[in-house]
Design a protein. Structure first.
Length: 61
């Protein structure tokens, strides 16, 4: 992402503090990494991934 895209994203999400930005990035990266890992593990196990999401504490919701 370019600097301008990041500024626009922050503005669209109405983030007013560094903590809000950190929280949004943490959520974004967690979702992205989870999707990547599910994509890698499914072929290894020979079955589709579960539709469970991992919460911030590392436990399945």
């Amino acid at each position: 992402m370019s600097k301008e895209q990041i500024k626009q994203w922050i503005k669209e999400k109405n983030m007013k503090s560094v903590d809000a930005v950190k929280s949004a990035l943490k959520e974004l990266f967690a979702e992205t990494i989870q999707e990547m890992l599910e994509g890698e593990i499914s072929p290894l196990l020979g079955m589709p991934s579960m539709s469970r999401k991992i919460s911030g504490d590392g436990l399945a919701d």
